[in-house]
Design a protein around this ligand. Structure first.
Ligand code: ATP
Length: 451
């Protein structure tokens, strides 16, 4: 899919230069850093900082809860990144996981031919200087064992799905699942992308959250629709704006060779409508291919009828890093509040890296001590940040930018009657709550946001 779509008018409600602002916010506040920055960085790899790792972990946990814990028909696995090289022969990746690559004869930069809009080099501006396209395999290669020759080549997995297919029998034999059932996995994937870019949208190392649902052939079309609808409902439940969400069903010319049907969930990022999740009907392509290559039977035998078949697979595949970027763009707002401008990340409370910040109004009169006690108590059930520096307004702004749903202030009245103020990030409403009831109060508000 093209990365150069023009942003339609509906993207106009983004603040100007949103991507630059997001990149700078992410660095300033410790969400996302460029990898190996002190060495000048390494292309299209990113590191998550203290707030970013919490956000990412919360998104991962929300997906796992939705796809595994809340379902009795999906099991989880965690397969190795390195796999037998024949896996990638059977899956078609050694032969076919390629992009058409052209090189500019003038500046020698390389580009993906299918992402170019004209014959003009995006780097040096020269026209008509591209070489013929050459197929470039996206898999990273390395060597296993002591000898670095062609017999020792292994690949860093370019997708997590194959770790699920090769474990189909293991999970079937060790769990009590019957068809239809699914296997879910979250893990790193690596692609030597030629034209990475747009911050963490297209990177060379990323995490995927994938689920393969094994069904009886003939029931696959209905299951495809069921999973499409479930996935749409889930992303909406995270607060994804509906006017920036759309489905893109693949036409016959867009379908991958193994797919009978496919639909992308797309989000309107500042640089256009972009896929962040794919739902695919992969038929029996993968299990058949692994059965043929490995010589091991990968069919299912129905207990009551003795019927045998190789299951069809409905796959849901979402990039964790790409979803985090979508959620950040979705949450970012610039507003005027009480005559001052603020940047606020309206992240869903369950995804917010810090749930509550605790401030003493001033650094005296016993307020810091009381605030520290409250902080310690809250830490038993949520992520908390303590801050006593700067004006209270500045402290609120810092938490708004980090997406913290609640700010708790200990003031003069706390010393007298034991109540604190709780300020809501989105409504700015402040209520007084007895300090002794605060933890339960916040837990209820956080749970309420998730119902
Ligand atoms: P694209 O067309 O953007 O290259 P794809 O169709 O190859 O993506 P899939 O192979 O279907 O993507 O991967 C499923 C999901 O994994 C994507 O929807 C995306 O969220 C994520 N993903 C794929 N490639 C990357 C990448 N290079 N960086 C970050 N996330 C990625």
């Amino acid at each position: 899919m093209s990365d150069t779509n023009e942003a339609p008018a509906a993207a106009q409600d983004y603040p100007a230069d949103l991507m630059d602002k997001l990149v700078s916010l992410c660095k300033r506040r410790g969400f996302i850093f460029q990898s190996s920055e002190i060495y000048g960085g390494v292309g299209a790899v990113y590191d998550y900082g203290p707030l970013g790792v919490e956000l990412k972990q919360n998104v991962r946990a929300a997906w796992w809860e939705e796809m595994v814990h809340r379902r009795d028909d999906v099991e989880g696995v965690d397969a190795g990144i390195l796999m037998h090289p024949d896996v990638w022969v059977a899956s078609g990746h050694v032969e076919g996981f390629t992009d058409p690559l052209v090189e500019c004869r003038n500046c020698h930069r390389r580009f993906r031919e299918d992402l170019l809009e004209s014959d003009q080099c995006p780097s040096c501006g020269m026209k008509g200087q591209f070489t013929e396209a050459r197929q470039f395999n996206l898999m990273f290669k390395t060597f296993m064992g002591a000898v670095e020759d062609s017999t020792a080549v292994v690949y860093l997995r370019p997708e997590t799905a194959q770790g699920i297919f090769v474990n189909f029998r293991n999970v079937l034999d060790s769990s009590r699942q019957k068809i239809p059932f699914g296997i879910a996995q979250v893990g790193k994937a690596f692609r030597n992308e030629i034209t990475p870019g747009n911050f963490t949208f297209r990177t060379r190392e990323f995490e995927q959250m994938e689920m393969q649902f094994f069904v009886e052939p003939g029931t696959d079309e209905a299951w495809f629709e069921t999973w499409r609808d479930r996935r749409v409902a889930w992303v909406k439940s995270l607060g994804i704006r509906e006017d920036r969400l759309r489905l893109h069903p693949h036409g016959p010319d867009e379908l991958a060779h193994y797919a009978k049907d496919a639909v992308d969930l797309e989000y309107l990022l500042p640089f256009g409508w972009k896929e962040f999740e794919g739902i695919h009907n992969r038929t029996d392509f993968d299990l058949m291919a692994h059965q043929a290559k490995s010589g091991k039977k990968l069919e299912y035998v129905e207990a009551h009828s003795g019927k045998r078949f190789v299951p069809y697979v409905i796959e849901t595949s979402i990039g964790l890093d790409r979803l985090v970027l979508v959620l950040l763009a979705n949450a970012y707002y610039e507003e005027e509040v009480e005559g001052e401008s603020r940047v606020v990340l309206r992240l869903h409370p369950k995804l917010a890296p810090i749930k509550a910040a605790v401030f003493p109004l001033v650094k005296k009169d016993g307020m810091p001590e009381l605030a520290r006690e409250i902080e310690e108590d809250l830490r038993r059930s949520m992520t908390v940040f303590y801050d006593e520096s700067g004006s209270i307004g500045r402290r609120y702004r810092r938490q708004d930018e980090a997406g913290t749903p609640f700010c708790i202030t200990v003031d003069g009245q706390t010393v007298e009657d034991g109540t604190v103020t709780v300020r809501d990030r989105d409504t700015l409403e402040q209520v007084r709550v007895p300090a002794g009831e605060l933890r339960t109060y916040l837990q209820e508000r956080l749970a309420g946001a998730d119902s």
